[in-house]
Design a protein around this ligand. Sequence first.
Ligand code: KG4
Ligand code: ZN
Length: 353
Amino acid sequence: MIVLGIETSCDETAAAVVDDRRQILAEVVLSQLEQHRPYGGIVPEIAARSHLDHLDRLIAEAMRRAGLSFADLDAIAATGGPGLIGGVMVGVTMAKAIAAVQQRPFIAVNHLEGHALTARLTDDVAFPFLLLLISGGHCQLLVVEEVGRYKRLGTTVDDAAGEAFDKGAKLLGLGYPGGPAIERAAVAGNAARFDLPRPMVGRPEPDFSFSGLKTALRQRVAALTAGGPLAVQDRADLAATLQAAIADCLADRTGRAIALARARSPGLSALVAAGGVAANGFIRARLQEIADAADLPLVVPPARLCTDNATMIAWAGVERLRRGLVDGLDFAPRPRWPLDPEAPRAIGAGVKA
Ligand code: KG4
Ligand code: ZN
């Protein structure tokens, strides 16, 4: 069983070919980072146009690397949402066109399901497992019970963890994306010099909040820059403090979620972390402590499969195809698409779900 996957929901244009023996036959990713960097964030119109400009060439390259023709495919999967709708439309339309010409099934994959199932490709993780999804757009704790069956235990009431890094980096005059810049700056910093809050820590529901942290950071920066620019050591100390505060929040909330997940699903097999923020070494070390204390293995897919990629979409396509879960050509791209539609909104939640 061989599936082509296409990912265009954010600022990566990607194509990959994966088979049902967990082999990655080809993967190609084109990051649009340099096109968005001058704006300090992703511009949806630029993203959609860039997907359109590059996707056909990337798919051809993935097929060439896999040594296959379209006729060898068993299905074509594309991210059907959630995400920037202009980009999602580009990927979905392309996948449908190939599926129609080759008379193969089209599979619309939920981008979050792609992240959720990656650990089954890389580490053969068994259901059920707990997923901590920490990216620029999402911050959720989910029990992954089966393909298509997810129980959301917690989410953010304001910013995602990656946004907390990105906004913090902006306040500190570090570049975009903020996570890697903060992690680098924090190496030379003292995390104990400043005091920043740990929003939500200790609460029974494993939800997250990061906007108070950003406000507190802004106040520290304002106090330190009253007489001039931020000193190099101040910047390093604040970066280390911010990283430690985010890590404390993620660790505490995840520990709470493990207890809740075990109460629901006694056979919990692992704690899985995914999303761009899972690339952070300091955070991974904190999550390892939490996993060890709970006697659960921690599984973090390699960084290139933690950030947005098409391999996860192709793999989710394999998992769906195996179960006969395919979609019609009338599938409409979805800007919003929660994995657990029954999950209540977090208390105080804004627009994020
Ligand atoms: O998963 P991702 O590549 O894209 C989506 O948002 O879907 O995640 C990007 C986010 C950005 O907010 C970025 O700052 C953060 O992941 N990130 C990191 C690190 N690398 C990327 N955050 C903390 N530490 C890192 N090393
Ligand atoms: Zn993502």
